[in-house]
Design a binder for this molecule. Structure first.
Ligand code: OMP
Length: 275
């Protein structure tokens, strides 16, 4: 199955637009795992077990593994997801971006080493830095467009005086992802839940590409406004929450607490579609 087919399948089966972000910080692991980086896999695997029937995707953030020399644990984690939730796609959050020859290695890392179904990319270095990922037919690539952090304004909100209509940089990225750059229909966009007005604008420019929307939960983004701005029947949205679900419980009940938080968030997002 392609990434888009997996997304559609998981969305329907689990009635969900929620993506659980796997950002394991050893000092925040619950109970006896606290402070033990060798338990990163076990912790994330239990979160996967507790939420696999509630999500549209899982999104491991590579820095949380690499910083603790836990890349092998990330490889095992993706295999675990394949076993317990074969219908749920894995989005590797790597935010890569480099010249073509180096991007080929990053693409190999994401899709061959880790076996991810999609990856996050910075579009800053241009189309030839994105192209190597598109050689992997059926895989997805989400381009950073209007990120959830306040500093996203520094560049993404600047107007491009040299282009007709002087679009803002994020508007231009949305247009490229919807049109010229999307040669095989593999591209999506990252837009922050902290900026629903910009999600709406991105949807006007890019009506059919999937949107990865982080920023609800710990960053305080508005889940309901996010769905209203981004959801369309023919275009998936993948709304990520990491810390608010991972660390919902601090003790041995962490799986129940994560499941409870994920279910509430999933239901809140689903309900916002209707109203
Ligand atoms: O690409 C991302 O996933 C991403 C883009 C963005 O604009 N903002 C953003 O927070 N993220 C990631 O989404 C996750 C958000 O985590 P929480 O704030 O704990 O839900 C982190 O892994 C971030 O690296």
């Amino acid at each position: 199955m392609t990434f888009l087919e997996m997304l559609a399948d998981a969305q329907q089966r689990n009635r969900s637009m929620l993506c659980v972000g796997l950002d394991p910080e050893p000092s925040r692991l619950p109970g006896r795992m606290a402070g033990d980086a060798s338990k990163i896999h076990d912790f994330c695997a239990r979160i996967v077990d507790a939420t696999a029937d509630l999500v549209i995707a899982f999104k491991p953030q590579i820095a949380y593994f690499a910083a603790h020399r836990a890349e092998d644990q990330l490889e095992r984690l993706v295999m675990h997801i394949r076993q317990v939730a074969p219908h749920v796609p894995v989005i590797l959050d790597a935010k890569r971006g480099d010249i073509g020859s180096t991007a080929e290695q990053y693409a190999k890392e994401a899709f061959e080493r880790y076996g991810a179904d999609a990856v996050t990319l910075s579009p800053f270095m241009g189309f030839d830095s994105v192209q190597p990922y598109l050689q992997y037919r059926g895989k997805g690539a989400f381009l950073l467009c209007r990120t959830s952090n306040p500093g996203g304004d520094d560049l993404q909100n600047q107007q491009l005086a040299g282009l007709p209509g002087q679009p803002r940089l994020y508007e231009h990225i949305a247009k490229l992802a919807q049109t010229h750059w999307n040669t095989n229909g593999q591209l999506g966009l990252v837009v922050g839940a902290t900026y629903p007005a910009e999600i709406e604008r991105v949807r006007q420019i890019a009506p059919t590409v999937p949107l990865l929307i982080p920023g609800i939960g710990a960053q305080g983004g508005d889940a309901i406004a996010t769905v209203k701005a981004g959801w369309r029947a023919n275009a998936p949205i993948v709304v990520n929450s990491s810390r608010a679900i991972l660390y919902a419980g601090k003790g041995d009940d962490f799986m129940d607490a994560a499941r409870d938080a994920a279910m509430k968030t999933r239901d809140q997002l689903q309900a916002a579609r209707g109203g």
